[in-house]
Design a protein around this ligand. Structure first.
Ligand SMILES: NC(=O)c1ccc[n+]([C@@H]2O[C@H](COP(=O)([O-])OP(=O)(O)OC[C@H]3O[C@@H](n4cnc5c(N)ncnc54)[C@H](O)[C@@H]3O)[C@@H](O)[C@H]2O)c1
Ligand SMILES: [Mg+2]
Length: 340
């Protein structure tokens, strides 16, 4: 199996236009905040805070009917806590998630212990389940909100050491937890997943699980087994799910995917021989898998929202929306086909 990586091209494309010195200073600043609890606590006082209620992020509706993240500062959050008669110390349980381009440290905080409606009223926003919120936000706000939720979720589910059973204690940034009994350090985790768009040179292969929304087909995906390389997972998943033997692969990009929990999606293109393209479906995981030609794919890519039949279900073929890395793979394949 051949493995091709468009490395130098990719690196220039991703980072070429950035102001390198300010990027480096921002990353060094974040690094320091992860290591220095007091510096992180000070940074929090002048930082921006994304609020969540039981892991649902707070969004604001704009005058044009769109949604965005409210620009809350730490002082705003203290004001809200004060008005609700709650201890300002709750702010200190915020976790560090990044630093904006204009050097403002960004945190996320779950206020699930407060009354949801009261917080919404004071903020002029609404807490929306991430599955919906993710698709309502534009640009870098969607990955930021999913990162904030992923880190909060990890803390909520890793309060105890799996060896001693004793409580673990977080650092101020929330980048790690330590067991006070045996000193074991735990770091936030993502589960690696390979997502692959298989092509036979003329058509691409998309599949659907029974739980997908009606009519939606996506690229094949699968979790990496422990000890596997990306290449091995890709080859195994394609063999398991559709019974095909991959001949070559090409890395495309990656994405943090928050559903159902944090996955690290590694996206690739792969080819199979057109002479051995007969699909042999694993019915336990997939409901259907089909080869699609360029015309069908282009039509599906142009469908912004799926068409609905009178029962409210989509009856046509459509593909995941632009935020999903599956969409990027399908788009790349279509562009490549049009060139050749
Ligand atoms: N962002 C995108 O464009 C996109 C597109 C398709 C799928 N996905 C995501 O890819 C992920 C994996 O796809 P899949 O469901 O086909 O995987 P899969 O083919 O590996 O099948 C899932 C099964 O794998 C097992 N499994 C092994 N390790 C696991 C782990 N760490 N967490 C959960 N289950 C594990 C479970 O038995 C589970 O039922 C899904 O979470 C899905 O949301 C993302
Ligand atoms: Mg799968």
């Amino acid at each position: 199996m051949r493995c091709l990586v468009r490395s130098s091209f990719k690196i220039r494309q991703l980072f070429g236009s950035r102001d390198c010195s300010s990027y480096v200073s921002r990353m060094r600043y974040l690094m320091r905040l992860k290591e220095d609890d007091e510096a992180c606590l000070r940074a929090l006082q002048s930082g921006s805070v994304l609020l969540y209620h039981k892991l649902a992020p707070l969004l604001m509706r704009t005058e044009r009917g769109m949604y965005q993240l409210p620009a809350l500062q730490a002082t705003d959050v203290k004001g809200i806590l004060g008005k609700l008669g709650k201890d300002e110390q709750l702010l200190n349980s915020s976790v560090l998630i990044g630093c904006s381009d204009d050097n403002v440290p960004q945190f996320s905080l779950d206020v699930g212990s407060l009354e949801q409606a009261a917080v919404e009223e004071l903020c002029g926003g609404v807490f929306i389940d991430l599955r919906k919120a993710f698709f309502l936000l534009k640009g870098p706000e969607a990955p930021l909100v999913s990162k904030g939720q992923a880190l909060l979720r990890w803390h909520q589910t890793h309060g105890f050491c799996s060896t001693t059973g004793q409580p673990t204690q977080r650092n101020q940034a929330g980048s790690q937890r330590v067991c006070l009994a045996n000193g074991a350090t735990y770091y936030p985790q993502m589960a690696p997943v390979v997502i692959v768009l298989v092509s036979d040179g003329r058509r691409c292969l998309l599949a659907r699980q029974s739980g997908f929304p009606r009519g939606m087909y996506s690229a094949l995906a699968g979790f990496c087994d422990i000890g596997e390389t990306v290449e091995e997972t890709l080859r195994r998943e394609v063999a398991e799910e559709v019974g095909l033997e991959v001949e070559s692969l090409l890395y495309s990009g990656s994405q943090h995917w928050p559903f159902p929990q944090s996955s690290f999606m590694v996206a690739c293109h792969a080819t199979v021989s057109p002479d051995n393209g007969e699909i042999n479906l694993d019915g336990a995981e997939l409901e259907d898998a089909q080869w699609f030609g360029l015309d069908e794919i282009e039509e599906a890519l142009q469908r912004k929202t799926p068409l609905r039949n009178p029962k409210g279900e989509s009856s046509v073929f459509w593909v995941p929306p632009s935020y999903a890395i599956a969409n990027k793979l399908i788009q790349e394949w279509a562009n490549q086909q049009k060139k050749s």
